[in-house]
Write a protein that binds this ligand. Structure first.
Ligand SMILES: C[S@@+](CC[C@H](N)C(=O)[O-])C[C@H]1O[C@@H](n2cnc3c(N)ncnc32)[C@H](O)[C@@H]1O
Length: 415
């Protein structure tokens, strides 16, 4: 099944979409989980596996055979699986790939036996490079050292972070992060953790939990979450006692939000709508706009992303984000506050959006974040007053997703 996932990625499909498909539903849950674990590791560590394999290959193998070699090498050198079993399984899988696969079985056997000895090349290899459309802007923004550090962070599996419904309540078996999120280092079965059935917490990367903290929701406030599903931030706003309207264009994604609210015994009004067309019933106090983006900050969790995107989706997203920002600003009364966020590593979708919005809207201001209140490093605050988070931050704690956020204040009307 891991091979099937890797073949799908070659065709441009995302791992989650494939794993949610009817074809994957026929497999047992444990088989799906193992396939996901293997395929994500193979995509993360492909650069190292290829550094081991390339000198051993007489010619470039067919893509399906190349995937098989990479998977087996990652199992042997990334997971320290005993080579004998891995090689036999890979040879059997090659034989199942029709005539051409059967013809390659001998080569797979010979190459993998040698690859098992390739620890030195594996350890010496550089992490997989991001594609030029992503690495280029990152180097321009923060330098090549930052791009290298981000690539190194992309090789490591993301830990599991939880947000507690009641901030400050302890969650068994976790460590508390400086921002107040809870972190589990080893992969655990989520539904088996204590507090799952009572909705005491939900899964949310520590970086993804910060935009709602930055907004500072208060009990009784009327807050719109304009791109809300699947709802981690809606849950935070509702848990703070705000009267939340969760708007999203996708009905299936809003159904997931409804399930999450239900499990956590929280409430929000849900609206399936294009946020650009949506109007509130009355006056809002605040808006959270977690805009659709390239999601390049989540490559640790979605290592297929650099392979299935080519950067061509960026320009329409940047235009949509600007229109959503303008609409959100127009929906708020004087003094209202707006948090804009994206899980992107590209400044086009973060810092530059806010700089451009400030130029378009005279009087609009960015409210300076308080690092002590948020548990963030002062150095993460950007010149225009936003917060830049990167996967290479908190290396000793296990990293975080890439994110950008800024809190804007709508100007008071002149008297
Ligand atoms: C980054 S995700 C939001 C994640 C969410 N805030 C959370 O914390 O779980 C972006 C969301 O924007 C929604 N979306 C995209 N275009 C939209 C639009 N024009 N109006 C409303 N929602 C939109 C997508 O369906 C997607 O659920």
């Amino acid at each position: 099944m891991a091979l099937w996932l890797m073949a799908g990625v070659r065709e441009g499909l995302g791992l989650d979409d494939m794993l949610d498909s009817a074809a994957a539903a026929r497999a047992e849950g444990a088989e799906r989980a193992r396939a996901r674990r293997l395929a994500t590791a193979a995509l993360r560590l492909r650069g190292r596996a290829e550094a081991v394999l390339t000198p051993l290959l007489p010619r470039r193998p067919r893509p399906a055979v190349a995937d098989l070699l990479v998977l087996a090498t990652v199992e042997m050198l990334g997971f320290d699986a005993p080579p004998h079993g891995v090689v036999s399984e890979a040879v059997a899988l090659a034989r199942k790939q029709g005539q051409k696969g059967a013809a390659a079985a001998g080569m797979v056997n010979a190459v993998l036996r040698r690859a098992a000895e390739g620890r030195t090349a594996w350890d010496a290899a550089a992490p997989r490079r991001m594609p030029a459309w992503l690495r280029g802007p990152i180097v321009t923004a923060w330098g090549s050292g930052a791009a290298d550090a981000i690539e190194a962070a992309h090789e490591r599996a993301a830990p599991l972070d939880l947000t507690a419904r009641k901030p400050g309540t302890a969650i068994e078996g976790t460590e508390v992060l400086p921002t107040g999120s809870f972190r589990l280092q080893s992969g655990a079965q989520i539904s088996a953790l204590s507090g799952f059935s009572t909705g005491a917490w939900w899964v949310q990367d520590a970086a993804a939990a910060l935009p709602a903290l930055l907004l500072e929701p208060k009990a009784g406030e009327r807050i719109a979450d304009l791109c809300a599903a699947p709802g981690g931030k809606t849950l935070q706003l509702a848990a703070a006692g705000a009267e939340v309207t969760a708007v999203d264009i996708s009905a299936p994604r809003l159904r997931r939000l409804a399930e999450n609210l239900d499990r956590c015994r929280l409430t929000a009004q849900m609206v399936t709508a294009d946020a650009l067309q949506w109007q509130p019933d009355g006056t809002l106090d605040a808006i959270l706009l977690d805009a659709p983006c390239t999601a390049t900050g989540t490559i640790r969790r979605h290592p297929e992303l650099p392979s299935i995107r080519d950067g061509s989706g960026l320009a329409p997203l940047v235009e949509l984000q600007a229109r959503l920002l303008d609409h959100a600003i127009a929906l708020l009364p004087p003094g209202g506050r707006l948090v804009y966020s994206t899980c992107s590593l590209l400044t086009d979708e973060g810092e530059d959006q806010i700089t451009a919005a400030l130029a378009r809207h005279p009087g609009l201001t960015v409210e300076q974040p308080d690092p002590a209140r948020l548990g963030i490093e002062p150095g993460w605050i950007t010149p225009e007053g936003g917060i830049r988070l990167r996967p290479d931050y908190w290396p000793e704690l296990g990293g975080m997703d890439g994110f950008y956020m800024a809190r804007l204040q709508i100007p008071q009307r002149p008297a």
